[in-house]
Ligand binder design. Structure first.
Ligand code: ADP
Ligand code: MG
Length: 258
């Protein structure tokens, strides 16, 4: 087993009076596609932003490929690729222009960059949209451009915050294959979702997070065994606590109907 590339101990994050992360422990190894599951407001985005060193934390220990995310922020940003929950794209650029811009910021040589842009565009089947202004593209196509931008420097650590959202089934499948390919090349992938189906089909292991705490971690089989139920939805409802079923179910229903 490879040494873990993401190691987190007792991580706490407060936003003023709000405790968003309350003693999170986590270890993820290269080759894993790790899912972070939890209803809205459970701390997923906060945790992922801390891992890619764009958000500071209150206390705890966070290492990414051996780097301290608070001290070695720049190095962490170099080796990570992050797809934010709400991607920020330049609407008045075309995907080609935008990816060339990101590539120059990442200092990728021209030839490599051109080759990667072309192979991503072809994999995601958006060759015909590469010279259209981003502002006029569909939500799903924008999401693909955001994913391409996050992967263009071939990062060691890939972080997707709700990255499957807005993708049609075919594109989601392409992304899954791509993530499998990255994982088989020893990259570490962590992604959040509140859509349980996504986790079921993509993850090698997962954590369920609720109110800033990790309530269970393991493979789908581990979680099933421990909870004595086979459906991830039931496991999820069990571990997130019966006393709080109301809001959890509400969040799930919203998900199912969205
Ligand atoms: P998730 O991604 O699982 O929906 P978040 O990490 O966005 O959860 O939020 C976790 C908690 O922290 C929520 O209670 C949310 O309201 C709070 N929170 C998130 N961002 C901020 C912020 N910038 N300022 C204050 N509270 C925040
Ligand atoms: Mg979020």
């Amino acid at each position: 087993m490879n040494p873990p590339s993401i190691v987190i101990h007792n991580l706490v994050k407060n936003y003023g009076e709000t405790r968003a992360l309350d003693g999170v422990d986590m270890e993820i190894s290269p080759g894993e596609i790790f899912g972070l599951l939890g209803p809205n407001g459970s701390g997923k985005t906060t945790l992922l932003r801390i891992i890619c060193s764009i958000l500071d934390y209150t206390s705890g220990y966070v290492r990414v490929s051996g780097l301290d995310v608070s001290r070695d922020s720049l190095k962490v940003k170099r080796i990570t690729g992050y797809v934010p929950e709400t991607p920020v794209l330049y609407e008045s650029l075309t995907p080609t222009e935008f990816l060339n811009f990101i590539g120059s910021v990442r200092r990728i040589d021209h030839e490599t960059l051109a080759r990667r842009i072309e192979s991503f565009a072809s994999a995601f089947e958006i060759m015909d949209k590469m010279n259209t202004f981003i502002g006029s593209l569909s939500f799903g196509t924008k999401q693909k451009v955001a994913i391409m931008a996050a992967l263009i420097h071939d990062p060691e650590i890939i972080i997707l915050d709700e990255g499957m959202n807005g993708l049609d089934p075919r594109s989601a499948k392409i992304l899954k294959n791509l993530l499998n390919d990255y994982a088989s090349r020893g990259r570490t992938i962590i992604f959040s979702t509140h859509v349980l189906e996504v986790a079921e089909t993509v993850c090698t292991r997962m954590s369920i997070i609720y109110r800033g705490k990790i309530v269970d971690t393991g493979t789908l089989e581990d979680l099933r065994e421990r909870s004595g139920t086979s459906k991830l939805e039931d496991i999820f409802l069990n571990v997130t606590g019966e006393g709080d079923l109301g809001p959890v179910i509400k969040s799930l229903r919203e998900t199912m109907s969205s």
